[in-house]
Design a protein around this ligand. Structure first.
Ligand code: SF4
Length: 361
């Protein structure tokens, strides 16, 4: 359950990461890839904020910046008021106990030469959470929490399915009893039915331990199932951030609308007059002037080409960076023309898996 009555757990202000580009014989810096370019948001305790957008929009880089796995170019990240970006390595190490990550690829993220027991024991011993004598019992407890048998501690990652490996990844993240977990596309490499199990597991764990999730994904069906709020990123910036219900029923930014309407139409002959994005995502090395979305936006006008829109807050709480929100066509027309079957089907699978799990419990 989200708690918005207290101060946010995580505060991100004007976060930016510009990767330098070097070229020529002398390898001089000739440019920069603006992977993240002025991102701000907050995350409450027990809340799930989804970061969505196309591949390369900067959402995974944002997740890594929040954990300071990479150093920001500018900006501030604070956990409970502590500025993560200003900590020494030693201070950061002790704070890392409170911030963990679950990676996209459950196989690549587990050391194939270590047993599952050793993989789970590592953070416990590293952070001094357990003595060597007590670590075995805690490893077994962690395996039980994610629905795996204690005997699996003796096995190695290659002996598990993708879904089981992701459960092990979740158990490893849980080992330090974190307040924040960055879930970086945690189910996108899994089959739909397995996705449902892992998403439901994450929800159960959140209810039990009151953790906050920064949930990075491109699958809007999964996001709709798990998120409390959604932030939509385009070319390194958040173009819209709002409560889930607002994003899915009254999206304002043309890019958000395009993402929601982008589900494939599965029925032959089904009507497809949906909003379709023209052109490719521009290079983050040379983002377009003005609104960076203007090269693909069907509603762009002259001002969009020269003036970058600032984020404005609307009556339903949505914050949107677009000059023309008030004059865009109503979303209902767009929603009615978009075929809802793919999203509905995915949601049904997730709901069914949740019911089956509760019935078995
Ligand atoms: Fe489209 Fe203009 Fe809005 Fe950008 S500011 S999203 S180009 S209408």
């Amino acid at each position: 359950m989200t708690d918005r009555t207290t101060a946010p757990l995580l505060e991100v202000q004007d976060l930016a990461k510009h990767f330098p580009v070097h070229s020529g014989l002398l390898a001089r810096q000739t440019g920069a890839v603006k992977a993240v370019d002025g991102v701000s948001f907050t995350l409450g305790r027990g809340e799930t904020l989804a970061l969505v957008g196309e591949s390369g929009c900067g959402k995974s880089t944002t997740g890594r910046l929040v954990l300071r796995l990479i150093e920001p170019t500018t900006g501030r990240v604070a956990i409970d008021g502590t500025d993560v970006t200003a900590l020494s390595k030693q201070e950061l190490r002790s704070l890392r106990r409170r911030m963990q990550i679950v990676f996209q690829d459950p196989f690549a993220s587990l050391n194939p030469r270590m047993s599952i027991g050793d993989i789970l024991a590592e953070p416990l011993l590293l952070h001094g959470i357990c003595t060597k004598a007590a670590v075995g019992a805690r490893v077994r407890e962690l395996l039980a929490i994610v629905g795996l048998a204690a005997a699996y501690a003796e096995r190695y990652p290659h002996e598990f399915s993708g879904g089981q490996r992701q459960r092990i990844g979740v158990a490893r993240a849980l080992a330090t009893q974190p307040d924040l977990i960055v879930c970086d596309e945690p189910v996108s490499a899994l089959d739909v039915s397995i996705q449902a199990q892992v998403v439901n597991l994450l929800q159960d764990l959140q209810a039990r331990f009151r953790m906050s999730y920064l949930f990075i994904a491109h699958d809007l069906a999964v996001v709709r199932h798990i998120a409390d709020r959604v932030a939509v990123m385009y070319l390194g910036r958040i173009v819209e951030i709002a409560d889930k219900a607002v994003i899915y029923t009254a999206p304002k930014h043309p890019y958000t609308r395009a993402l929601l309407a982008a589900a494939p139409v599965p029925r032959p002959g089904a009507k497809s007059d949906r909003m379709v994005l023209a052109g490719d995502v521009p290079s983050p090395m040379k983002p377009p002037p003005g609104c960076t979305f203007h090269t693909r936006c069907p509603f762009a006008t002259d001002i969009c080409k020269v003036e970058s829109p600032v984020q404005r807050t609307f009556a339903d709480g949505a914050r949107v960076a677009c000059h023309h929100v008030e004059t865009l066509p109503a979303f209902e027309a767009l929603a009615a023309s978009a075929d809802p079957v793919p999203v509905a089907r995915r949601m049904a699978v997730l709901a069914e898996a949740g019911k089956a799990r509760k019935a078995a419990a």
